[in-house]
Design a binder for this molecule. Sequence first.
Ligand SMILES: Cc1ncc(COP(=O)(O)O)c(C=O)c1O
Length: 422
Amino acid sequence: MPASSYNPALIRTHFPALQEADGRGQPLIFFDGPGGTQVTQSVIEAMSDYLSRRNANTHAAFLTSRRTDETLAAAHEALADFLNAPSPDEIVFGPNMTTLTFALSRALARTWHAGDEVIVTRLDHDANIAPWLALQEQGIVIRWLDFDPGDCTLQMKQLPDLLNERTRLVAVGGASNAVGTINPVAEIVRQAHAAGALVFVDAVHLAPHAAIDVQALDCDFLACSVYKFYGPHVGVLWGRYELLEQIPAYKVRPSDPHPPGKWMTGTQNHEGLAGATAAIDYLAWLGTTQGADMAASFPGFSGRRLALKRAMAVIVAYEQALFARLLSGLREIPGARVYGISDPARMVERTPTAAVRIAGTSPDELSQRLAAHGIATYAGHFYAVSVIERLGLSDKGGVLRIGISHYNTAAEVDQLLAILAD
Ligand SMILES: Cc1ncc(COP(=O)(O)O)c(C=O)c1O
């Protein structure tokens, strides 16, 4: 993809936080995207507009309630487009991915029996492990799919031995929020379905870095979080309609007995949902104005779904170029080690999220040093406790995580590298 079709300077004007400076006038630099991204002016305005002009509870005859119903319906449509879901009624909103996953695991377990099995992976964030581990209380057996600590990819050869007629579900991440590995989800779904098991995908880290297509993945459930892709703190759960309809959700009696309402407990974060739609529309704008040359690549897609496909393709190409710059710079720093896939020929198998250690210093020291220069990164395990444990880094402070977003620039990468090299 020609780099000329993407204009980072224009993109950056959409994000007020990128114009911020610290006390000494240094512009802030955000490499904390895997923890949460900045939001666009349009997201801020949509949330403010909701609270100014639409604020009400749902399903009443008066104007602001009707506007609220429209706001929620628009958010279901927007996220259905983002995930290429067959229907907006398959989109469930909630406070965050973790809460939605606990709600789903508990409800699914009402249909399972002691001795039934769930497969989880050591490469996952704990939000896609703990909700399944909790089911051990009622006799559900947990089986672990390991990863190779060398390149941090799942040990797919183990999967056939873990699957059997008692397997009810495989819980797998779309990508690791610690080391960036993109997992072969479609292949996992194929094997799990052949064994009669469902598949739940945690796409929280993948969604900002790839076009998510639940129909192409053929998974059964997928969760993501809008605050990781330029929107507010809202969680999203997609599920096949028939499964969402059948599974006995924990709900209050008067609420809608059908999806998505039966899964959306209590009053939603309406202003957050207004912001979620604005985040999707920002991405669609990006795909329309910055990715015109990608149009032919997505036969069968039109309208906002096509624009979103183009947006993600443009974002991936740009982020990958910045990530290559980061990796080659890190290679020059004596004692620096990057965990996960580092072969330049395999970049499509990973997100632009680097897990780094530098000999003689701790990830926390590095993160603090960067923060003193106005640069945001995280150090530690980022709740991917099994990953950091498997890498033998639990008592060593984990790793420094440098996450590239589509609003970062080559100059920012160079600035970060200069501080790390110092
Ligand atoms: C891969 C991954 N899964 C799950 C979560 C949890 O998401 P939420 O904060 O929406 O519960 C995160 C948050 O960082 C994550 O990175």
